[in-house]
Design a protein around this ligand. Structure first.
Ligand code: XIL
Length: 299
């Protein structure tokens, strides 16, 4: 095959990309994105601050620009993200307790209703665990509403759109030996045992010198899949874009039958949220980097 999406489709998977609505007028950007990828995640446009800038007043204008571009070009869409400590609108940042809990529920219902039946996977909850050795939940206004906020989010999401796969998504959870990974594993195991509706786990895979790729990532994917959830690589970027590391990540996904696909977090290096790391598959002039060829050959 000659594109990433077509190559991934040979094994029933997708190869996705994060899209920024503000770049959809850049034809160099859209031609690469349309040619190479068959799944789309909105880089920021489906987040809480974008979709509910004022309480109860939903705004899907930017989100729909990304969604419509994706669907008109035949791509599936990952929804990102419904409950998160970051990129909250000001009104939500200032809430706490039962008012915040209700606002979270109303937000999930409002966004999922707008896209009902149209989203392949939703990142229902993003980044709820702390970094480091504690294995604890991250402190946040949502966490302070009570430890059950995550399962309430998932139950709300299932009722709002039963057709979407419901994912928990996080970073620094790729290395099996890390406490954060173990904490996430214990939560998913507990959810499956108690019937909390969770279908998938997203591994962001933002690799850099402080959080490097480790070959035990495959073990991590396998162990989560064995709990009865799908897995996905949701925000891949690799500092320096080592072709070998990119191929390793792709091969890890391909080795796990429940790995749905891989999403890279941007098109060209200049589109990256950490562009100084030159972490993506395309140069700024649109040409393919060595990592691109390595990924295509691995698929
Ligand atoms: C990042 C975007 O790429 C940036 O444009 C934005 O300024 C901040 O958020 N984990 C996530 C993503 O789940 O939503 C983040 O995206 C990157 C880290």
């Amino acid at each position: 095959e000659s594109t990433l999406g077509a190559a991934a489709a040979q094994s029933g998977r997708y190869f996705g990309v994060a899209i920024a609505s503000g770049k959809l007028g850049d034809s160099a950007y859209t031609s690469i994105a349309n040619r190479e990828f068959n799944s789309v995640t909105a880089e920021n446009e489906m987040k809480i601050d974008a979709t509910e800038p004022q309480r109860g007043r939903f705004d899907f204008s930017a989100a729909d620009r990304v969604y419509n571009w994706a669907v008109q070009n035949g791509k599936e869409v990952r929804g990102h993200t419904l409950a998160w400590h970051s990129q909250q609108p000001g009104w939500m940042q200032s809430l706490s307790g039962s008012a915040l809990r209700q606002a979270m529920i109303d937000h999930i219902k409002g966004v999922m209703a707008h896209y009902k039946g149209k989203i392949a996977q939703w990142d229902v909850v993003n980044e709820a665990f702390a970094d480091g050795s504690s294995g604890a939940r991250r402190d946040s206004n949502l966490q302070r509403t009570g430890n059950d906020w995550i399962e309430v989010a998932f139950r709300t999401a299932r009722a709002a759109d039963p057709s979407a796969k419901l994912c928990y998504n996080d970073y620094n959870v790729e290395n099996w030996t890390w406490a954060k990974t173990q904490a996430m594993y214990n939560m998913v195991r507990d959810f499956k045992q108690r019937g909390v509706p969770i279908d998938c786990v997203g591994f962001q895979a933002h690799f850099n010198s402080g959080s490097p790729y480790n070959s035990n990532f495959r073990t991590t994917l396998q162990n989560f899949a064995a709990l009865g959830v799908d897995v996905a690589v949701t925000e891949l970027d690799i500092q320096g874009a080592s072709p070998t590391t990119y191929a390793n990540v792709v091969n890890d996904c391909l080795a796990v039958s429940r790995c749905l696909g891989v999403t890279v977090w941007g098109v060209r290096d200049m589109d990256s949220w950490r562009s100084g790391d030159t972490p993506l598959l395309f140069n700024n002039d649109g040409s393919k980097k060595p990592a691109y060829t390595s990924v295509l050959n691995a698929l």
